[in-house]
Design a protein around this ligand. Structure first.
Ligand code: AFP
Length: 337
């Protein structure tokens, strides 16, 4: 194959389908549908600055149409694309309280469910900070002749069939994995296609950055405060965007450690296990990194009990996660915590 040739997301996904002897094309189609939804969301996100000209979200614009909040818009587009595809039997979104079962199309029962956070970091959007869509795909566990059930969504991260994110930044990039490495595709706006730009992404073993909302320092447990002091002593650089997709994207490429520990306000952590932590943990592990909770449990092994369950997370370069783990174990032993 000519290695200089542009490879589109569709071509790449189809070429990878043959890696799975049992593949029937449904997962391939699902990933392509997510790519299409991402392009639609990207179009709106890139017009976000025009909202002040065209109307403010929640109000009417010049033409008298309602202007939707972008996270609501992104949610609706993802649900529409996935529902019409017929390749998944239901979705669970960070924006909805319950999962949404889809009716079977032409009596065909789909074997996947999709979990997503349609526009993570959306509180940053009006100041032009990069936001993203995070998704995870599971094989359903329930009887395929009936509608999907809660248990189809409450699966461990280890059971993910695929996961990824789309970052709407200076360029729009989709990064995903089906459990055989991680690849990134940059949207070329001139042709409207995601093109393979980052092949077989490997996270550096260490990085120069630590990423945590240090404003909550006094609200963290003591061993976490000491670990953050240690990062500062090492002269690591603090980078925290407050948009998980952006912070993880940097961590994946430059290396480093991202932490969202428990605080007094969020005793179990703030980020959602199913919508944020698991897909990111799956991707980062596939890229050679690690992801654990502040209780030092592997994120992908946590057994979810509810759709919107929160979790703590420490994720990033493998050597830095191991070091943090040893640091916390040593500190807890010495201080008798
Ligand atoms: P929003 O989607 O409400 O902006 O929240 C973003 C987020 O879920 C995640 O993307 C960030 O890493 C994290 O919350 C930021 O939380 P803090 O503002 O508490 O640091």
């Amino acid at each position: 194959m000519d290695t200089n040739r542009i490879i589109t997301l569709d071509e790449f996904i189809i070429s990878r389908q043959k890696d799975f002897s049992y593949a029937t094309g449904e997962l391939t189609d699902l990933l392509r549908d997510i790519g299409v939804a991402a392009k639609i969301v990207n179009r709106e996100v890139s017009r976000a600055g025009l909202v002040s000209i065209l109307g403010v979200a929640g109000q009417e614009n010049h033409s008298g149409d309602d202007v939707q909040k972008l996270d609501v818009y992104a949610n609706e587009k993802l649900i529409d694309c996935l529902k019409n595809s017929g390749e998944c039997c239901g979705v669970a979104s960070e924006e909805n309280t319950d999962f949404i079962p889809f009716p079977t199309i032409e009596s065909k029962s789909a074997k996947y469910v999709v979990i997503f956070d349609p526009l993570d970091g959306s509180s940053n959007i009006d100041v032009n900070v990069s936001v993203g869509t995070i998704f995870g795909i599971y094989r359903r566990k329930s009887d395929p002749t009936g509608p999907c059930e809660l248990g189809d969504f409450l699966q461990k991260g280890l059971d993910l069939v695929a996961a990824g994110y789309v970052i709407y930044g200076t360029s729009t990039i989709m990064v995903y994995s089906t459990g055989r490495g991680v690849n990134g595709f940059t949207l070329d706006p001139s042709i409207g296609e995601f093109c393979l730009s980052h092949r077989d992404i490997q996270i550096p073993a260490r990085g120069r950055y630590y990423s945590v909302n240090q404003g909550y320092y006094l609200k963290f447990d003591v061993e976490m405060r000491r670990y953050i002091d240690y990062c500062s002593d090492l002269n690591l650089r603090l980078r925290y965007i407050g948009s998980m997709v952006s912070d993880i994207h940097r961590t994946l490429f430059k290396g480093g450690i991202f932490l969202y520990p428990n605080t007094r306000k969020y005793p179990n952590g703030k980020l959602r296990l199913l919508y944020e932590c698991n897909p990111m943990a799956f991707l980062v592990e596939q890229a050679g990194g690690k992801a654990i909770t502040t209780q030092l449990e592997r994120v992908l092994e946590v057994d979810p009990k509810e759709l919107h369950q929160r979790s703590t997370i420490v994720i990033g370069s493998p050597e830095m996660i191991e070091e943090m783990q040893e640091f916390v174990q040593r500190y807890s032993a010495v201080s008798g915590l």
